[in-house]
Ligand binder design. Sequence first.
Ligand code: HEC
Length: 179
Amino acid sequence: MRAALILAGLALAAPLLAGCGKANMASQAKAKQWDENQFFADHSSMRQPVPGTVARDAPDAPAPQPAVITAALLERGRTQFNIFCSPCHGQSGDGRGMIVQRGFPAPPPLWLPRLEQARASYLYDVITNGHGVMYSYADRVKSADRWAVIAYVRALQQSQDAHPADLPEADRRLLEAAK
Ligand code: HEC
């Protein structure tokens, strides 16, 4: 009885299934890529991207290294560093970020003499292309932001052997008061 019902059901559904058969969709009006096409002024079926279109995976144009380090640049660098780099490098650059505490290989502290002496273009290359187990950040950190991050990395490097005398007068007094 059950089998008969199922068969009856299939028999009813069959014409419906045939209704969306592929034949009709395959023969609908369409333009193939190399076809001439009177609909467009250039008679080409293939269309050009709209001016200004940016491909999703297109790399952004390389930005020049900023000539001067401004507070705004450092601020931008800090934001980007804390978002993209600190999970591994730690907010101070010590290489003990949260992902490392969960087992990712530890990066070296960013204030190794070798990295302090490294040219900005080297650091730019590390962010762009990755280094060893660190993968590329080119698709996440825009070219101009990479320079901002590098400026901030320089500040982190300096902060490691900063002396109270390096502080502005007001901050020095605050520090004295906190002792
Ligand atoms: C997923 C973890 C991770 C993130 C996020 C990360 N790094 Fe790294 N980074 C590493 C590891 C691990 C190394 C060491 C790689 C090696 O030597 O194999 C490293 C190495 C480096 C080095 C040293 C290269 C050298 O010559 O030894 C620099 C500089 C650096 N990273 C900068 C950055 C900056 C800037 C960012 C953010 C844009 C960033 N990293 C994001 C894990 C990370």
